[in-house]
Write a new protein. Sequence first.
Length: 365
Amino acid sequence: MTELVESLELCDECRACLDGCPTYKITENIDFSPIGRIRASKMIFKGGEVTHQAVASIYSCHECYLCPDACPYQIDVPEVVAQSRVELVKRGLGPLERHNKVIEGMRKLDNAVNGDPAKRLDWLPEESPRQASSTLFYVGCLASYLVKDAAISSYLLLKKLGVDFMILDDEGCCGIYYHEVGRLDLAREKFKENADRFKKLGIKRVILICGGCYHCFKRLYPELLGDMDFEVVHIVEILPALLRERGIKIERKLTEVTYHDPCRLGRLEGFYEEPREALKLCGIKVNEIPSCRENAPCCGGGGAVRSVYRDLSLKIGAGVLDQVSVGPLVTSCSFCNFNFSYTARKIGSDKRIAYITEPILGALS
């Protein structure tokens, strides 16, 4: 922590970080930029009075990781923001009211989208595979309730490719939202609950379809609990090998899609080739938006920002949709899928959004 706080003094406000920051590009307000967040963090860590604007600056960051590479000193602003949120919670200044509404729902319903737990598996196209397996297909809140095509297509594709797996009738939230808003106490509690349950069930591998869930299980669980007893994989990691091994025959050739790199799967984990390779193996031409791979834009939904600054998330998402000339827009994060779909609906766009397993399954069906 000391080293992180000291790194703030390296910032000379050269403005190199501004071009990539999604919130600054929309607001043109320095408080909603990495520079503003470093200023706010200094205020927070020095222990003096923290302004309302400083709190807003910290909680408006998507933690998209576009700024560290642009910074001459590579200041880890997303980590600075994460630690600042924890400090704001300690001082009774966070989370914000709308965050607490989401937390209230999570504590009651065990999901982040206020969904009815009894309807969590309504997307399932057949009876739940209750057989024991050491591999768990973890669907996540967004795909279970709001972007069900992502859940359906991923489930059917895994079955078609011969993957042995189980799903949970009463799957709970991964808990990333608690961590994002700075409530590490609730995050640790939820992480332990899930980890203990997986251990009891003999789970050795967890397959995920959400970038947020993946980041949570892969990075945040070990951060708070230590090494895990199970392997964490995203579906795009295993698709190319599965498609080759199974020798799947392409039944229907889709012409082309435009691919979007999710922040946490791209910049944080480097999954750039795998999704493109999986699509190409199925005869699907992959188009790129002008900024892609390491420079791909944020969808506008992450970092617990959307629940407080919905209009900001909408404008960021709309900016990405404007860059898509050949559809559908395909992504490999169910949260990105949701925010793009929501944005398209709200702005009256006819651009179609699809989860990566949808066109792949379509090509094989």
